[in-house]
Design a protein around this ligand. Sequence first.
Ligand SMILES: [Zn+2]
Length: 64
Amino acid sequence: MYSRTQNDNGTFNTRCLYCFMTVASAVETPEQLEVEEAEHLCPEKALAHMLAHDRVIDALAHRG
Ligand SMILES: [Zn+2]
């Protein structure tokens, strides 16, 4: 999920709604926004994934 805003000069900014990091600013086209967003490696999503993975391991470990 990304929050896109447009600047007065017509360029775009996009911000990740998971980590609130500005993924790109002063991007000139929506196509370029797509590229910048696709290349964002979200630390929050990676962390959530790791925690979910840990819970699975933990559940298996405590099964006996
Ligand atoms: Zn992010």
